[in-house]
Design a protein around this ligand. Structure first.
Ligand code: G4P
Length: 199
């Protein structure tokens, strides 16, 4: 998605060979116009899938997830990483280990909102090793809901998550795929020559 790539090149910052900082439009401040366009793009890429729910994980998946759900006219559910005061019973849980943050979270969804027969589109902000997506797939499997696709804003194609999920048969659509990061340099997967320097 060209608009997203431009945003990454203009505002993103490669902090290291593995981490891309995009706090100005995705992970802290959110750009609602970009979010809306991303939601429309995801809806287009998964057209005809008869999606009944969009599922994401707090917190940065909520922006793109909500805009996708709005375009599709279906509810958004976000898995919680922290215990909720009001979410107390009939919970579906899965364990998600973050490779990037070196921490494990138990993620939780109420079985009131993801139900057998649902056709679920999973949306998340980043795809690295794929643990978050796997946890959300596991939650759907536990209630016999079908995962019809996985939409990712930024895929780090140099990590294995995308390949593994596609090998398992999932339709994974990423709006931007990063092939390489170096401090100050971002290279997209489709255009290895298009590296841009940031200082
Ligand atoms: P995985 O889900 O593919 O296995 O990825 P991983 O465990 O490595 O990622 C864990 C968290 O780190 C996720 O956020 C993910 O969005 C974020 N993350 C991973 N790589 C990057 C990166 O290069 N840049 C940025 N900005 N974030 C990255 P989270 O813990 O769910 O946080 P949040 O959604 O509350 O922001």
């Amino acid at each position: 998605m060209q608009l997203l790539k431009e945003k990454i090149l203009n505002e993103g910052e490669a902090l290291s060979e593995t981490i891309l900082k995009v706090d100005s439009f995705l992970n802290h401040q959110m750009d609602p116009v970009l979010m809306k366009k991303m939601g429309e793009e995801f809806a287009k890429r998964f057209e005809g899938k008869e999606i009944t729910k969009v599922l994401t994980i707090e917190s940065s998946g909520i922006g793109p997830g909500l805009m996708t759900a709005l375009t599709l006219d279906v509810p958004l559910i976000f898995a919680r990483k922290r215990k909720s005061l009001t979410l107390t019973e009939d919970l579906i849980t899965s364990s998600v280990h973050s490779f990037t943050k070196q921490e494990t979270n138990t993620i939780t969804v109420s079985n009131k909102y993801i139900v057998p027969g649902d056709k679920v589109l999973i949306i998340d902000d980043f795809l690295a090793v794929g643990q978050a997506a796997r946890g959300l797939v596991d939650i759907c499997n536990q209630v016999d809901a079908e995962v019809v696709g996985i939409g990712i804003v930024i895929e780090k194609a140099f990590q294995d998550g995308g390949k593994e999920l596609r090998d398992q048969g999932f339709q994974v659509e990423s709006l931007a795929r990063i092939q390489a990061l170096k401090k100050g340099e971002i290279t997209f997967a489709e255009e290895m020559e298009g590296a841009t320097i940031h200082v």
